[in-house]
Structures are given as structure tokens and as C-alpha cells.
Ligand binder design. Sequence first.
Ligand code: 13P
Length: 253
Amino acid sequence: MRKKIVAGNWKMNLTQTEGQKLTSEIVNMIKDESTQDVTVVLNPPFVHLQAVKKLIEGVNNIYLGAQNCSDKASGAYTGEISASMLASFGVSYVIIGHSERREYFGETNSMLTDKVKLALENGLTPIFCCGEPLDIRENGTHAAYVTNQLSESLFGLEEQDIKRLVIAYEPIWAIGTGKTASSDQAQEMHATIREHLASKYGKEIAENMSILYGGSCKPDNAKDIFSKPDVDGGLIGGASLKSRDFTDIVTSF
Ligand code: 13P
């Protein structure tokens, strides 16, 4: 059985007080709803990890996640945060290769390989992001574009490592735009991603990996998107900043 996962990516939003308020509300709502079979991950900015960690203590289906980690193990890299620091702090998940990091911070497929390896070596679960920009979608080469992202960053991994990853398909044209992929578009790409993973690592491994959808996922479209056979949850941006919306997405399976 694949894990159902809903992860909130706060991006660079919220003060510490706002983050604490949001987390407390989510914790209370999640406790009240029957969400035990859903893994919930909160990915606040680094400086809020401590506060969020305290508030989610004792809630057994909410996990701490980070939004990034360095591609270097340690050393003179001012301003960077390593995978081992995150692991030693109690972080369980780390988003790697978000399109915003690829676009604004020049992260390349090969750099992402290093990040994934360091995350895995330190016992973190990478949430590896892939997804195509609008022009690629419009010229119809999105499947090749996304499968190439996966091959270049991940296909050097051993079987025992790839199966520890979570994949997030986030079409860039749907991120923060209010323009979500239709559930059929999401299903088509998720199936393509799973087939691609199966072509390298075999059907059993691919069948057991969770593939999340991200891009303007909201309470009013989550049910439809999550109902698709190859969609195992969501990576949520804007709607993860509102406790009611986020919790409604968590209960959308
Ligand atoms: P939105 O949900 O705001 O479109 O963001 C999606 C995303 O980038 C999550 O990582």
C-alpha cells in the first residue's frame, strides 16, 4: 500500500507568531478529523522548524519537513543548511528540486542528485519535485521533459534508495496561478512518471512509491485530483497557509 501524503510548503511566508498560530490550528483540526491514514508534513522556513516541532510533538501523523538542503555535506558554505543538520534536529522530510529553486537559484539536475544522496544518507525522506513550464506543456513535450528530469537526477540511485523517495509532480504553469491541472492531466503525468520509474526499477518498486500533485491544489479540487489512481496526495503551497483549507485538503481522500 502506498502512503497517502499531504505536505504543506509554506515557502517564504509567515512570521514565527503566524506560523505558530497556523500550526496550532492545524494540529487541533487534524486531531479532530479522522485523518490517521494520511501522513501530514509541514515544511516551514528553517527558522520556524523549532517552533513547529514543539507544537506537533505527540501528534503521530504530522511530520516535520524542510524546504531545501545543501548539496554539500558541510564546510565553508555561508548561509547553507545541511541534510545532517536537519536530520539531527528531528526533520523527517525535505523538499528537493522545487521549480522555484531550479529557476531562481540555478539548481541543476546534477546538483539535485547530490542533495538527494545527502538527504538519504542522513535518513531524511526527499520529496523530489519535477514538472514542466508552460511552453513545454504547450508544445506537447512535457512527458519527455519530466521523465528526463527524473532520469538525470535519480536514475543513478540504487533500488534500496529510490524506493525511499516521494515524488511531487508540479507543473510550473499551475503553481500559484490558480490554474490547476485537470485531474485527468495529473493522472496522465503521474502514470507516466510511475511507468518511467518502473522501466528502471521494476513495477513493484514503482507501485509502492507515493507521487504527489502540486499546483493550485485547493479544497475544491483536491477530492477530484486525489481520486485518481496514481495520485497519492498533494504538495500544497498557498492553501497550506490557511488551516481550514489545508485540513480540508488532508481530509479529501
Ligand atoms: P500553490 O499550491 O500555491 O500553487 O503552490 C504549489 C507548490 O509550489 C507547492 O510546492
